[in-house]
Design a protein around this ligand. Structure first.
Ligand SMILES: *Cc1c(COP(=O)(O)O)cnc(C)c1O
Length: 461
């Protein structure tokens, strides 16, 4: 399968090179040239299968020419073996027609593990076979970084450098990044916010000399392989609830738009998803854009759901690319306008987006109230990101089953949960000593040269 850039000016690549490249050389994001469509029979046959088997069937058409089927099955098996639940992504009923998809049973307690664990295995396979090493950089608002460090720690083929906004991630998130002691993984605290981290990562990719010199690659949600791994749980959840014979809707707590865009891919593959509800916290650029057609960046406000505290939502570019009928020139133009504050989505494209997406937002008070309400009504403790989804989902309930994605474990954000409910959720036993392990942190200013120097000096090879 071929992958093309959303901006239309970068080389067409196969799956492995798309995965290793991350950001396209024209600044765009790679997307499949055509999304494979599964038959109703193929989808119906997934009901009740093991997660790993569904993963193989959903992802195989995207990777078929890159990995032998046995190899790919083995990578999937290794990726999910460390999860703390046999269903991997169990579905729990909250109310009539409302379900919670628990995506927090991986090693770092957030949904990022689904993609990152698999990406670690795929990188190791491809780089080893090619006899090369890579330098992986990523920006994180907390959960991506811990998932990446956990997925790559101790692997032979890659060094990992994760930039996170100093002082703006939770203690659990930070410690998950700073306590692994393997020499190939590095947590880097940047003076700035998440968008600064993300911007510096993009700058490194646009510095071609540096990029080629260290064999730079990214595992941010701009990496299509990550989006792909997240498509799988839309299939397991929807088929458990009656798809393909019955449509299902999803509410997705969103920031960088990767998770909800994976639902868009699932829908194009033939899964009957009626609505994808984009749930945002008070950093509501996605909600405003889907409501008004105006994408205007502003200031980032820190919230109790920090993994959604962003103003530049990278993966939205992929949805725009589809909504503009694959017109790379139009996307390049919009992204140029974004650099100077924002853009307007055309009427036709907005209509195309609204056929799939609706949206809502939760204020800080509404998020806390949702944590409390869920506890009282259902007995569940929700993390604040999930609570944003829970709040927004209430406004979109109807005859179609609604699945709200539980994106992190409540113990990852214990302060917010305790403030709302009086209950401090404990870490699962396998992580109980997290606060006793020594931390290792590099500090850096929001300066491209300083960051590049740090990386060049700390690679293993
Ligand atoms: C990353 C993250 C999100 C946002 O997901 P996107 O793919 O960036 O939209 C929501 N909740 C949690 C807990 C996360 O870690």
């Amino acid at each position: 399968m071929n992958y093309i850039s959303t901006r239309g000016q970068a080389p067409v690549l196969g799956f492995e090179d798309t995965m290793l490249t991350g950001l396209a050389r024209d600044g765009g994001l790679y997307v499949p040239e055509a999304v494979p469509v599964l038959s109703q029979g193929d989808i119906a046959a997934m009901a009740g299968l093991r997660y790993e088997e569904v993963a193989l069937r959903v992802m195989r058409p995207f990777v078929a020419d890159a990995f032998a089927e046995d190899d790919f099955a083995a990578m999937i098996a290794r990726a999910y073996a460390g999860f703390g639940h046999p269903a991997r992504a169990p579905l729990k009923q909250l109310a009539p027609n409302h379900f919670l998809l628990e995506l927090f049973h991986g090693p770092t307690l957030a949904f990022k593990d689904f993609a990152m664990q698999l990406i670690g295995q795929m990188f190791e396979h491809t780089l080893t076979r090619r006899g090369t090493r890579a330098t992986i950089v990523g920006a994180t608002s907390g959960d991506t970084g811990s998932a990446a460090i956990e997925a790559f720690r101790g692997l032979d083929a890659a060094d990992v450098f994760i930039l996170y906004p100093h002082g703006r991630v939770s203690d659990v998130q930070r410690r998950q990044m700073t306590t692994p002691d393997e020499a190939n993984v590095h947590a880097v605290a940047l003076t700035g916010d998440f968008d600064d981290c993300q911007a510096r990562v993009k700058d490194m990719f646009n510095d071609f000399a540096f990029r080629d010199g260290v064999n730079l690659t990214a595992v941010n949600s701009i990496n299509f392989a990550r989006v792909l791994a997240q498509v799988v749980y839309y299939f397991t959840a929807a088929t458990a609830l009656g798809a393909p014979h019955r449509p299902v809707s999803f509410t997705v707590p969103s920031g960088n738009f990767g998770d909800v865009f994976a639902g868009h891919i699932a829908r194009r593959m033939g899964l009957p998803i009626k609505r994808l509800v984009v749930a945002t916290n008070r950093n509501d650029i996605l909600h405003r854009c889907l409501t008004t057609g105006e994408y205007r960046t502003g200031e980032v406000h820190p919230t109790i759901s920090p993994s959604m505290d962003i103003q530049v939502s990278s993966n939205f570019e992929r949805a725009l690319h589809l909504a503009y009928g694959g017109d790379g020139g139009a996307i390049a133009q919009l992204m140029e306008e974004q650099r100077s504050g924002g853009f307007s989505v055309s009427q036709g494209a907005l209509q195309a987006l609204r056929e799939i997406y609706t949206s809502g937002r939760a204020s800080e008070a509404e998020t806390s109230a949702a944590i409390r309400a869920a506890r009282e009504r259902t007995g569940e403790l929700l993390c604040p990101h999930t609570a944003v989804g829970y709040h927004v989902a209430q406004d979109h309930q109807g005859a179609t089953p609604m699945v709200t994605l539980a994106t992190a474990h409540p113990a990852k954000f214990p302060d917010a949960v305790e403030a709302a409910t009086g209950i401090r959720p404990p870490l699962p036993p396998r992580m109980a000593d997290l606060f006793d392990r020594p931390e290792r942190i590099a500090r850096v200013e929001n300066d491209l040269h300083a960051i590049e120097t740090l990386i060049e000096g700390n690679r293993a090879a």
